[in-house]
Design a protein around this ligand. Structure first.
Ligand code: FES
Length: 105
């Protein structure tokens, strides 16, 4: 059961014990953390599940797909650490992954 550590846009830190092979978006939503709209439900078509990966965790993730990259081009505050949380699969190898929900307001 990989642990995901998420910081909300308000700065609250949540430690989530997620089911393996679920996405970070689903784990964050199911944990009731505020701030992640995820309007398309994980279909990689809205970019409202934008998160920042902690710098020390960036190497834990695979390269993003062209679709994810193109969607992130449309967000207001993209950085080199931006990802779409619906495209991050939580595995045991990603135990301890730290993400911050982007504040899009
Ligand atoms: S939930 Fe829509 S792109 Fe991730």
């Amino acid at each position: 059961m990989p642990q995901l550590i998420v910081t909300s846009p308000q700065g609250d830190v949540h430690e989530i014990n997620a089911d393996a092979n679920t996405t970070a978006m689903v784990a964050i939503r199911d944990a009731g953390v505020d701030g992640l709209l995820a309007l398309c439900g994980g279909l990689c078509s809205c970019a409202t599940c934008h998160v920042y990966v902690a710098p020390e965790c960036a190497g834990m993730l695979d390269d993003m797909s062209d679709d994810e990259n193109e969607l992130l081009d449309g967000v207001a505050r993209r950085t080199a650490l931006s990802r779409l949380s619906c495209q991050i699969l939580l595995t045991e190898a990603r135990d301890g992954l730290r993400l911050s929900i982007a504040d899009e307001n």
